[in-house]
Design a protein around this ligand. Structure first.
Ligand code: ADP
Ligand code: FDM
Ligand code: MG
Length: 210
């Protein structure tokens, strides 16, 4: 009976300024308006004790060894895992602004091994849909300058872009954001999300593999 009400786990991934945060928020509004319980979650979740350390790290007020900070990003997902499972099982669809793939892409861009990065997330709730938004470096540059955070630098972002393309997972749905208005892209994403919400009803929740 529980499976009949399961929500879907939907993840938005992609490089900086591709529109993840904008689209994630709009998707939650869309689902909610249609009477489908939905919740937006951001990773890192900067509101927890671990999240506050990550916020300090990203704002460059705190240093950590690259391995240590990777594990903190992972721990920040693990501390949310049981409440995510509870919400999903009770019928709430979760829309995540970044998740495990960002962890792998950003940490491996600093030189850490892909598989080592993946391992700490093994066992976390498995996304039903990963929407990987793609945008050329030129168009993303036209969306304005980078902020002041640790990773917001052209050269590092290019390395992350390269890691994301190597990481390209079988379970990704790659969506081009190129030359699309916020509304056009939202319209495309809504169709994919509607289908994922529908098919999640008949599937049990999986877990990220090692
Ligand atoms: P991300 O979370 O992927 O970094 P954001 O959603 O914060 O991206 O968007 C980055 C910037 O680009 C914001 O200023 C936003 O208003 C703008 N933006 C988002 N989507 C589009 C779009 N389709 N076309 C033009 N500008 C956009
Ligand atoms: N980030 C995010 C990581 O390095 N590892 C992770 O596991 C996750 C989830 O944190 F630079 C990085 C990616 C980005 C920063 O920025 C978060 P936003 O603007 O809050 O997405
Ligand atoms: Mg964002």
């Amino acid at each position: 009976m529980m499976a009949a009400t399961r929500g879907a786990l939907i993840v938005l991934e992609g490089c900086d300024r591709v529109g993840k945060s904008t689209q994630a928020k709009l998707l939650v509004e869309y689902l909610t308006k249609r009477g489908k319980p939905a919740k937006l979650m951001n990773f890192p979740d900067r509101s927890t004790t671990i999240g506050k350390l990550l916020d300090e790290y990203l704002k460059q007020g705190q240093e950590f060894d690259d391995h240590a900070v990777h594990l903190l990003f992972s721990a920040n997902r693990w501390e949310a895992a049981s409440s995510m499972e509870k919400l999903l099982k009770s019928g709430t669809t979760l829309v995540l602004d970044r998740y495990s793939d960002s962890g792998i892409a950003f940490s491996s861009a600093k030189g850490l091994d892909f598989d080592w990065c993946r391992n700490s997330d093994a066992g976390l709730p498995l996304p039903d849909l990963v929407l990987f938004l793609q945008l050329s470096q030129e168009e993303s540059r036209a969306r304005g300058g980078y902020g002041q955070e640790r990773y917001e630098k052209e050269q590092f972002q290019a390395t992350v872009r390269d890691k994301f393309s190597r990481l390209q997972q079988d379970n990704w749905t790659v969506v081009s954001a190129e030359q699309k208005s916020i509304e056009e892209l939202q319209c495309e994403l809504r169709k994919l999300v509607d289908a994922a919400v529908k098919s999640a009803l008949n599937k049990s929740l999986g877990h990220l593999p090692t």
